[in-house]
Write a protein that binds this ligand. Sequence first.
Ligand code: AHR
Length: 513
Amino acid sequence: MKKQFLTFLFAGNSLLAFSQASVTINGSEGKHIISRHIYGHFAEHLGRSIYDGFYVGESNTKIPNKAGVRLDVVDALKKLKIPNLRWPGGCFADTYHWKDGIGPKAKRPKIVNTWWGGVTEDNSFGTHDFLNMCELIGTEPYLAGNVGSGTVQELSDWVQYVNFEKNSPMSNLRQQNGRQAPWNVRYWGVANEAWGCGGNMKPDYYANLYRQYSTFMNTRVGNGKIFRIASGASDNDYNWTETLMKNIPGSLMEGIAMHHYSVLSWGEGKKSSATEFTDQEYFKTMQQALLMDELIEKHSAVMDKYDPEKKIALIVDEWGGWYNVEPGTNPGFLYQQNTMRDAVLAGATLNIFHKHCERVRMANLAQAINVLQSVILTKGDKIILTPTYHVLEMYNVHQDATMLPIDIKTADFSTSEGKLPAVSVSASRDKAGKVHISLVNIDLGKAQEISVDLKGISGTNVSGRILHSASVRDHNTFENLTKIKPAAFTGAKLSGDKLTVTLPPVSVVVLEI
Ligand code: AHR
């Protein structure tokens, strides 16, 4: 039973409504690690993600770059500590033939990007370009293999090309193309959305194909083993997960994917504007975002039936808010702005991933640059770090820390559309013993006064940062790059093992104890 309290305070000239919440953090009960890979990203050959996003080419540009990769982007992603980057798709992956993207650039074939805008893909950004870029950023590559229009041999060769040391046809080819040592790529997707753009397959048909493809992927990488990820369910398609879990042996599959976007409707032009959304649309977007909790719970329950020891990971390798494209931009490019709505969406979703970290061991926000819920937007020589970027940067203290279980009683965020829990909280203890608490208030109008019981946590000092702005629709623009950025947070008081925190409406806070 949720307790609801409401108080009113005068702040300046206005009456500010407060709700109350109570939280217990069980500091001695942490058992599971929040894998840093939950903070993964996604870069598809889609719109301005690769070309004009990550990659500006080496000639005809004044933008500082290394081998054509923008250095301001590299720098920003390093600060974010991105643990992995998925490439080349998405839907594009099942049209991509990796041999088109190796060797001298002038000789690479030009193809049509049939999924995304019908534009010419000149293959100037290929396997070497991507894997070298990952080394520059300091992130692990996650390659998505082509099953839909590829062959078993093609995927098997790709694994050999990037992972074999020497003396095989593919490693010899790699060395001829200028790369001596293998890149040792651990993460491999075996198709993308096989139920849709990856081939419109039925789950049992895909399960058989998966068994075949994964059998011929050499599993040795460096001193370890590769991690193969089956193309997973869309949203609540539990039958997809069940069929795969039942029919694919654990010896062939290390992870199974799931995709969930926060979208109002898939109809053309029926999504919300990224910046000029109504309060109702905001509510519905958050409803979709919080649904992630139920989706993970139910997919995990199916997986538990076949894998009670949780050896196979659930990989949410596409998630985020999906809105109408910015007016005047190519509808096939999925370019959208990013507001405080996206900030709270990201914070609340990451808190959900933490809660389920025993099963959810990787996730990929869609997508990193200039596509859907991006962390970076580019225009000429300028880049915007979006509100989503700042949340992921504030939250990266949770990477590889021990999740501390939480009990929470929160007021509701109530609207004419329904109600949702207003507050979401997550906590972890890092290897140095510091406890971090991330808190999100999704309520549009009410601040939240939260009393936190710190069980088994000793500390004398609390500090933190907040991401907040006057309106949920506020966003950074190329004219005002830093309208939204983290600020020091003064709304937390620690007294013994009691912490009180006041969260303004639509805000994200990360505290350190
Ligand atoms: O992220 C955009 C697209 O959404 C991806 O290409 C596809 O996998 C999903 O449907």
